[in-house]
Design a protein around this ligand. Structure first.
Ligand code: 0O2
Length: 267
């Protein structure tokens, strides 16, 4: 296929990857700005390389004009979670969205691959708008814990090096490592509540400090500078006390002052 035709074929998939990265990152932001724990920890995305497309076409006997219909992972999104329990929450988030439709799922967590690979895959139908109009295409969403991701990333690079023929002794070690990953995920799940509590209170504090600083910055524009400098000094003192109740009280007082000046921060 001519280079220009590859471009035309792949451009909408690149657009889908770009859009989906923005959308899922926004899911993280929405949780965090509301002081909520985000079941998605991080988002990655990639357009399948032409080399990888050609290799899969050969392996699965797919012809050029069947690519769009049969190759469902040209646009790939990976949603990394901290805990195994987060995966089903992320699955629900995807299922409930109105801008994508789940076509099928592959649960390699319940049905671990012979290689030791664990991950939850969803194939979605997603519409992008191009200069030729709307175009529906398939994209693959891989949902896994960070520990599963570590294993898959390392194993994937070995697959690349050895093609289909990873030596037996390395393969056995990878399967052992995959089982160790299950134990790591289990151990992390056991302290999940503790970790989530710590992260939530850290996030709440971070949001509060951000609001306070925004309010102070806005006040500088309209209020007496010396008064605002005093408020700022007071903030540093309260912050140093490392007491959430006092910080909360300070934030509420500052909100009242900002309201008076109609400069209340929106963030
Ligand atoms: P890349 O570089 O991400 O494009 P296939 O596994 O490709 O024969 P299918 O049904 O299309 O068949 O997809 P499947 O099994 O759901 O897997 C698609 C993707 O999942 C792979 O893409 C990998 O990213 C990942 N994956 C599946 N099995 C394994 C595995 O054993 N180890 C690792 N590390 N990743 C796996 P590509 O095309 O391999 O790679």
């Amino acid at each position: 296929m001519e280079i220009q035709l590859w471009r035309e074929l792949l451009d909408p998939y690149q657009l889908a990857v770009d859009e989906l990265i923005v959308k899922f990152n926004h899911v993280i932001t929405e949780h965090r700005t509301r002081g909520l724990y985000s079941p998605i920890e991080s988002v990655e995305g990639r357009l399948k390389s032409i080399d990888s497309i050609l290799e899969k076409m050969k392996r699965k006997d797919i012809s050029m004009n069947e690519i769009e219909e049969k190759m469902e992972d040209i646009a790939g999104i990976r949603l990394n979670c901290q805990f195994v329990e987060d995966i089903e929450k992320v699955v629900k988030i995807v299922e409930q969205r109105s801008d994508m439709k789940v076509k099928c799922v592959k649960d390699y967590i319940k049905h671990v691959k012979a290689s030791g690979y664990r991950s939850y895959h969803m194939i979605i139908a997603y519409t992008v708008n191009t200069i030729d109009g709307p175009k529906e295409l398939s994209a693959e969403i891989q949902i896994r814990t960070m520990a599963m991701n570590f294993w898959a990333t390392v194993e994937h690079s070995l697959q690349y090096k050895y093609k289909e023929n990873i030596p037996d002794n390395i393969q056995r070690k990878l399967i052992d490592a995959s089982q160790a990953i299950v134990q790591i995920d289990q151990a992390m799940s056991d302290v999940r509540d503790e970790i989530m509590d710590a992260q939530n209170s850290h996030q709440r504090k971070e949001n509060m400090v951000k609001d306070i600083l925004n309010n102070i910055q806005n006040l500088y524009r309209v209020a007496n500078k010396r008064e605002v400098a005093k408020i700022q000094d007071e903030f540093y003192k309260v912050y140093m006390l490392d007491d959430m109740m006092q910080l909360q009280h300070f934030a509420s007082q500052l909100d009242i002052i900002s309201e008076g000046y109609q400069t209340q921060s929106l963030t």
